[in-house]
Design a protein around this ligand. Sequence first.
Ligand code: UDX
Ligand code: ADP
Length: 479
Amino acid sequence: MNIPIKNICCIGAGYVGGPTMTMMASKCPDLIFHVVDINKKRIESWNNKDLSKLPIFEPGLEELIAKTRNKNLFFSTNIKEAIESSEIIFISVNTPTKNKGLGAGKLSDLKYVEACAREVARYSKGYTIVVEKSTLPVRTAEVIKNILNSSESNSKREEISFDVLSNPEFLAEGTAIKDLDSPDRVLIGGDNKKAMIALSDIYKAWVPEEKILFTNIWSSELAKLTSNAFLAQRISSINSISAICEVTGADVREVSRAIGKDTRIGSKFLDSGPGFGGSCFKKDILNLVYLAEYFDLHDVASFWEGVVNINNWHQRRIAEIVIRKLFGTITGKKIIVLGFAFKANTNDTRESAAIRICQDLIEEGADLIIHDPKVSPDQIEKDLKIKQISETNTNPDSLLKSQIGQWKFSKNIDIFDDAHAILVLTEWEEYKHIEWQKASKKMVKPSWVFDSRSIVNAEEVIKSGLKLWRLGDGSKTKK
Ligand code: UDX
Ligand code: ADP
């Protein structure tokens, strides 16, 4: 007999939990979805009548929220009530990399996952299916199982029992709604077929059955880490080739196009850029590295660690190029940074290449004006760990003395007056349509455009008298 499901709870209303539950609610109008979070402000934003104020920006999300919110999708901080009433509980909380203790710098910190498991053990009633949705190190399901089965409160209540499933999320930010709507696959790992079927029944409302894969729980967890490691590896590979292109006279766009035509390689994820960011890639690879080291597979660990090392090196390389091209010094020079999000169509900045690159430029004394259509100046301040310069604190003497630069946010993109350079870091559509003739007239000569995403209109930039550096473009280096 099938397990009857009516109420579903998701703990964690973030970039994964929010859109995933919204999609499920829109596809399964007969089920009730409770999205809960300890962050009151975040829940208030999810409940904001003004849909432009949702806590995350994701194309297509506002429309789906309008269709489902307060009908069969509810956002609240009432974690107890949501757990009590639900037969399926998704854990979708954050798992940052540990900064101290065992596995520091590599292993994900499971404190939030652990806290959730304890709450589930405390409040759940009857039989409950617990689904790990957060990106987690392999064998986390075991940790969750242990907590659920050994919790004190729970031993008193013989009537409760659990199954733990792994159901990793493969959505990419910026295209989350599209990815959720037509996923390449849905992975369900577990050892109780009935529980796996109950979860797959939700997805079957819109996902073709052949795309729903059942595996054992460890394969599911490892497949998630491996997917992200393979994707990140492609980016580190092509970024390493961009450096070779620049010195040999090749053009990385041409190389990408040529290798991508090989159907065994494929054309996706071959765009050279300022280095991968996002909440998953680095964290997942480092989890893989930790796992390999733990099992004494040191060569395997160093193989994957190389992917992260190249990414760090590549981000530093971009800041160095800017400094070198501006005659080796950028102290007091105004540089316009276009884009701070880790990719276009998201307001997320976690692990964004812009963080390291801006910090390096500020440290070298640059005056940055940072523009991003979706990221707030408060978020940039948190990421850079440097306060935005205020109007009242612009004494150039004091800045020169310390040799430390400064940054300021601009909502407006018309900010090119007296700039020495423009550095494109995120591939926002609007940066493709800049009027370079106009920009050039306002800038200090010689002025540069550094395009790390290959999106600006190169011909227009050059025609307007600006110097252009494009990542991986060595075609002007060697004739
Ligand atoms: C990734 C995975 O794609 C997704 O399946 C998983 O669930 C979460 O991690 P996300 O981090 O949201 O998704 O974005 P993604 O599109 O993968 O981009 C990651 C980074 O790689 C970005 O910084 C992006 O700019 C960069 N990138 C991507 C490139 O530099 N070049 C490319 O060709 C593709
Ligand atoms: P992701 O990208 O994985 O969705 P986010 O950081 O965007 O990560 O979201 C995770 C959410 O989980 C945050 O809003 C955070 O407040 C929430 N969270 C963390 N721990 C708990 C907990 N014990 N109970 C409820 N919510 C939690």
